[in-house]
Design a protein around this ligand. Structure first.
Ligand code: DHB
Length: 489
């Protein structure tokens, strides 16, 4: 009926008017409001359109963090091509800048690259992606020091950013079937979690509350550097690896963020800490064995009560392979006394001595600190309690009055292992995981378990240790982009 039909009550007319003029979509991409930037990397240059600080939710709790930066090669608005791509085929590179589970602003092509502190002229992954013709969307996210940034806020934000991209697929260049996430450390863990948990119901309520677009949030591929994931089992994994290595070089929790210049304080475990180490270490083999992981040849990877076994030998083989690659690339490894090298071949490795070379960084429990002093304790706080436990062991062994524990559902929501290949999630098909062989922020077992779990469930996984790399990421962009080319030939 026409709006002026007098046979209808006035309420019905009002409803019709509302339908005829719907409120503007707050999540629609406003393509007209951009700046133009010239971006250079790897000796190449490209002109891009930039949209910075674009809100990806309609009800932000932190409107300066729940935003993303979008960069698109100018050529895609004129029917042109950049590298191997055009407006229809360009994959969307989705790097987050999260470190230390802290709040993170979106990345830019101008900021200095993240290289674990080794070089100040490291290439910037966003700039590199743009000169190669990728569309780049870098989401900010809430973090643990914000009341609204407790778990699972950061992953809710990354998912909302993915949904925003799908919501606006028809309004912008780039292929939302080819979203490739990238992150380092806490950001690596979140990159992995984003890839593992696509479209899972566990996040539906939080996404709705934030005002995320009603879209799917699965992605195509994951790049993760040194993911600080599987926090429920990371304490046991750490002590399994470092038990008996009592000297440590600790990093202040305010400097956990891999991008910050990190100051170390040396110390030695006391008797009480050694007892905690032993208790946690003994919990690792039962956990590892429960996973039923297999290597690429189908061999079961297990550990005995002493913590020895095929899983440990598998990790030793990863270190050996990493050394062999460095050797093949012409590095001189003669100073590493725990490696045996003959005629250009790494023929042996003393894993115990390698672990001493690697060195302990954290005191037990490495993640769920008994006195609630870790960054992860703050991650699992809530609106009323800034810091809480997230494991049974630490809640049970906490000092009086510090036994509060996060609910299991929230802890589960932060762990890629809860979703990787499980029913209910659309797990990304392609994975590239790198861990520095000189990184002791978490046990080598943690990225290895994630990689093996995915591989055993038929996902396509490229996992390796990067020789002598400390905690950091984006240090091998040529290889990262070669992998991205290979998964989208
Ligand atoms: C990071 C480092 C850590 O050691 C940790 O426990 C959590 C996060 C980081 O660099 O992001």
């Amino acid at each position: 009926a026409p709006a002026g039909d007098l046979r209808q009550p006035p309420e019905a007319i009002a409803v019709q008017v509302a339908l005829a003029a719907p409120a503007a979509d707050p999540l629609a991409f406003d393509a007209g409001r951009y700046t133009t930037q010239q971006v250079s990397a790897g000796g190449q240059s490209v002109t891009v359109r930039a949209w910075e600080g674009v809100p990806y939710v309609s009800r932000p709790a932190q409107s300066d963090y729940q935003v993303m930066n979008i960069y698109i090669p100018e050529a895609y608005f004129n029917g042109g091509q950049v590298g191997r791509y055009d407006a229809k085929t360009a994959p969307i590179f989705l790097p987050n800048q999260i470190g230390g589970y802290m709040p993170a602003k979106p990345g830019t092509p101008a900021a200095r690259g993240m290289d674990g502190g080794a070089r100040s002229d490291a290439p910037n992954a966003i700039a590199m992606a743009l000169v190669k013709g990728y569309v780049v969307a870098s989401p900010g996210a809430r973090g643990r020091t914000q009341a609204s940034g407790k778990a699972p806020a950061a992953i809710v934000d990354l998912k909302a950013a993915v949904r925003w991209l799908r919501h606006n697929d028809s309004r912008m260049p780039g292929d939302t079937d080819k979203i490739i996430s990238n992150g380092t450390s806490a950001g690596g863990a979140l990159s992995a979690l984003l890839g593992a948990s696509g479209n899972h119901d566990d996040y539906a309520a939080a996404l709705k509350e934030a005002g995320a677009a009603e879209e799917r949030d699965h992605i195509f591929a994951v790049s993760a550097y040194c993911p600080i994931t599987n926090l429920e089992h990371a304490d046991a994994a750490y002590e399994w690896q470092f038990r008996g290595i009592d000297d440590y070089k600790k990093i202040d929790i305010s400097m956990l963020d891999y991008k910050v210049q990190r100051k170390t304080v040396a110390g030695t475990l006391n008797a009480e800490q050694k007892a905690v180490s032993a208790a946690l270490a003994s919990a690792f083999a039962p956990y590892l064995n429960s996973l039923g992981l297999r290597n690429a040849y189908g061999r079961l990877l297990t550990l005995d009560a002493e913590g020895q076994g095929t899983f440990r030998r598998y990790l030793a083989a990863l270190v050996t392979a990493s050394a062999q690659k460095a050797l093949n690339e012409g590095q001189n490894l003669s100073s590493f006394g725990w490696l045996q090298i003959k005629d250009g071949e790494v023929t042996g490795l003393d894993f115990e001595r390698y672990l001493r070379h690697l060195g302990r960084m954290k005191t037990p429990p490495a993640f769920d600190a008994l006195d609630l002093s870790s960054g992860e304790n703050q991650l699992f706080g809530d609106a009323r309690h800034d810091k809480r436990h997230f494991t049974a062991y630490s809640a049970e062994h906490a000092p009086e009055g510090q036994a509060l524990r996060a609910d299991k559902a929230t802890v589960r929501q932060m762990n890629a292992m809860s979703y990787a290949g499980w029913a209910g999630s659309w797990t990304a098909r392609y994975w590239r995981i790198r861990q520095g062989s000189k990184d002791s922020d978490t046990s080598l077992a943690i990225p290895a378990i994630l990689a093996l779990t995915l591989q055993n469930r038929s996902y396509v996984v490229d996992f390796a240790l990067s020789w002598e790399r400390p905690h950091g990421g984006d240090y091998d962009l040529d290889e990262l982009f070669a992998w991205m080319d290979a998964i989208d030939p």
